[in-house]
Design a protein around this ligand. Structure first.
Ligand SMILES: Cc1cc2nc3c(=O)[nH]c(=O)nc-3n(C[C@H](O)[C@H](O)[C@H](O)COP(=O)(O)OP(=O)(O)OC[C@H]3O[C@@H](n4cnc5c(N)ncnc54)[C@H](O)[C@@H]3O)c2cc1C
Length: 379
């Protein structure tokens, strides 16, 4: 049951995919939830404006391709159905196995096939829909343009610290019933925990050795080109090439290329990118004359992202949470090579796990922190 309104709120740091989903689910446990997001996103009447206008300095991958995997859709159905409803109302397509099979391949039906359904939309559209569902929801306050600088703690009693609030970059402190770090892959959680005397999280980290290139397009007519399927994904060993179907007749082409292959560095130049991707027989029909145009015309950039790592941080050990009342979810806790398209799904699943852990241990953030490590009962 939500607690009395004069208690401190649950505070979510970061209003990206994990933070927004967590904020919505935290309303089941707290009367007030505050999201603190550093970027300012002007309210947009529809997602096309968000794609064009939102400056997401905190999310450099905002205009890169995003696949939204079947498990993400199942968690939306179970926990955040209003988000899926909103995406459907926008015309976002749900691609089942039959639509994903390569041309000429017929898959024998199996139990559970109806659950293997991807969402075909842009990251901007997904984030817009999630934000619309959270914005203005009773009990949730979305504060944008606010930057978090650290954690605050009550007096220590010789044990591990308990987080009781957050410090903002303007020097102010906000009290919190619980703090959720959803600040993404550049989370400063280890430094923040170190500063309050908590043990540092154990970390596994490996460079992906990949540069990621993306360009967006709009189809001029109808659906996917004749003789193609809704999705193209090819792993050629040295490079990976994929077409991501989007909403509103958009699609994107992404290339994952090894950082040490100097001959591919020039892919950020649109003419070279076009020549490269059109050389793939599965991609060429999408860029054939009359089929599609770059989404913002010829100046549409090829976006490049590097410094891509796989990283897992553990915030709970045998003794329990490193700091009671502090939870890390989404990319702040775990992120992997983007070419496998798991991050948004993982972020949503972790928000659902947090919800589940808090539901099992109402009012006991230490127990919830420990339980969140092993909870597994969501879809
Ligand atoms: C190139 C690329 C391609 C990708 N493709 C896919 C894909 O196909 N499918 C997929 O599922 N995933 C993909 N991902 C991963 C996906 O983008 C992330 O997993 C997802 O965004 C994680 O959500 P999050 O909420 O944890 O973090 P983010 O979405 O990064 O949000 C973090 C938020 O925290 C805010 N913030 C940061 N610091 C502070 C602070 N100090 N104070 C306040 N706010 C702060 C940021 O502004 C941001 O809004 C890709 C990633 C990359 C890099």
């Amino acid at each position: 049951m939500p607690r009395a309104a004069d208690n401190p709120p649950a505070i979510v740091l970061g209003g990206g995919i994990a933070g927004l989903a967590a904020a919505r689910l935290l309303t089941r446990h707290y009367a007030r939830v505050v999201v603190l997001e550093r970027d300012t996103r002007p309210d947009a009447a529809e997602p096309e404006s968000a794609f064009g206008a939102w400056q997401r300095r905190g999310v450099p991958q905002f205009r890169h391709s995003h696949a939204f995997l079947a498990r993400l859709r199942l968690v939306l159905l179970a926990h955040l159905p209003e988000v899926l409803d909103r995406l459907r109302a926008l015309g976002v397509r749900e691609l089942g196995l039959a639509q994903l099979a390569p041309p000429g391949v017929t898959l024998a039906p199996e139990d559970g096939d109806d659950e293997v359904v991807l969402l075909a939309c842009r990251r901007a559209t997904f984030e817009w829909a999630l934000r619309e569902c959270v914005r203005g929801r009773p009990g949730v306050e979305l504060r944008e343009g606010v930057s978090v600088a650290g954690l605050s703690v009550a007096a220590r009693d010789g044990r591990r610290p308990s987080v009781t609030g957050v410090r903002l970059t303007d020097g102010s402190v906000m009290r919190a019933a619980l703090v959720v770090d959803a600040t993404g892959r550049r989370s400063r959680a280890p430094a923040w925990l170190g500063a309050i005397g908590a043990p540092l999280p154990r970390e596994l980290c490996a460079d992906t050795g990949t540069f990621y290139y993306t360009r967006f397009y709009r189809r001029r007519h109808g659906r996917a080109p004749r003789g193609t399927t809704g999705l193209v994904a090819g792993d050629l060993g040295w490079v990976k090439v994929a077409i991501f179907p989007g909403d509103n007749a958009s699609f994107s082409i992404s290339v994952g290329a090894p950082v040490d292959d100097g001959s591919l560095r020039g892919l950020s130049e649109p003419a070279r990118f076009e020549a490269f991707v059109r050389a793939f027989p599965a991609v060429a029909p999408w860029r054939a004359r009359g089929v599609s145009v770059p989404i913002d015309g010829p100046p549409t950039p090829v976006l490049v992202m590097g410094n891509l790592r796989n990283r897992l941080r553990r915030f709970v050990d045998r003794e329990g949470p490193l700091a009671a009342g502090f939870f890390a979810i989404g990319d702040a806790a775990y992120h992997s090579n983007p070419v496998y398209g798991r991050g948004a799904t993982s972020a949503i699943v972790q928000a659902a796990l947090l919800d589940e852990a808090l539901g099992r241990h109402p009012g006991d953030v230490r127990a919830a922190g420990t339980a969140g490590r092993s909870a597994r009962s969501h879809p």
